[in-house]
Design a protein around this ligand. Structure first.
Ligand SMILES: C[S@@+](CC[C@H](N)C(=O)[O-])C[C@H]1O[C@@H](n2cnc3c(N)ncnc32)[C@H](O)[C@@H]1O
Length: 186
């Protein structure tokens, strides 16, 4: 029978998983920063500086979204980015859509939903140095982060459960069902 792992061993594994996650996020920022601008993932509210969106997603997840929008997407339905946070998933999808050679009409094909409100977890993890407080809107930071892809995106600010929808969906990225704690611990 396999010996149970000690508390110390479990703590060491958790530490190394956290380190790996941090590294993946660093790579993800680099991946999504296809501008030559400065990379300042912890200061997305700093206007005038082109930033790669801070994200809760790993490089693999961003790459999958990019692939879905660039290679799988045919344009028959819409792309739903449900829970876009500061724009990581949006920029991955929009970069893919930009590079998709099959789809002609690309204007506002990505529908990005979020409450855009700082909560306790994100205040700790993403807005620590920001003047934004819990309950404040980070919509302008999101708009700034996706600026380059703005024409491809329709933004819906508010609770997604109250949003009206009546169009075929081809890609549905449901990220509203996760939060920062569940994302970072997995
Ligand atoms: C895991 S995060 C999304 C991460 C994001 N896709 C990225 O690229 O980093 C989940 C997001 O869903 C949003 N959210 C959660 N419940 C929501 C709801 N009912 N309506 C709208 N947004 C919601 C949160 O504000 C949060 O930004």
């Amino acid at each position: 029978m396999r010996k149970p792992r000690s508390k110390e061993r479990l703590q060491a594994e958790l530490k190394s998983a956290k380190q790996r996650n941090k590294e993946l996020r660093r790579v993800a920022f680099a991946w999504s920063n296809d501008d030559s601008g400065t990379l300042q993932p912890t200061r997305p509210w700093k206007c005038g500086v082109r930033v790669a969106p801070p994200t809760m997603l790993s490089a693999e997840e961003l790459t999958l979204l990019y692939w879905c929008a660039s290679s799988y997407y045919s344009g028959l339905g819409e792309i739903v980015d449900a829970g876009c946070f500061l724009g990581g998933s949006t920029v991955a999808l929009a970069s893919g859509l930009r590079d998709n050679l099959k789809v002609a009409g690309k204007e506002r094909r990505i529908h990005s939903f979020d409450r855009f409100l700082v909560d306790h977890d994100t205040k700790q993890g993403f807005f620590q140095d920001s003047p934004l407080k819990v309950g404040d809107s980070f919509l302008s930071a999101y708009e700034h982060n996706i600026e380059k892809h703005r024409s491809h995106v329709e933004i819906y600010a508010g609770d997604i459960r109250s949003a009206a929808w009546n169009a075929p969906i081809e890609i549905l990225f449901l990220d509203v069902i996760k939060n920062q704690a569940s994302t970072m611990s997995s």
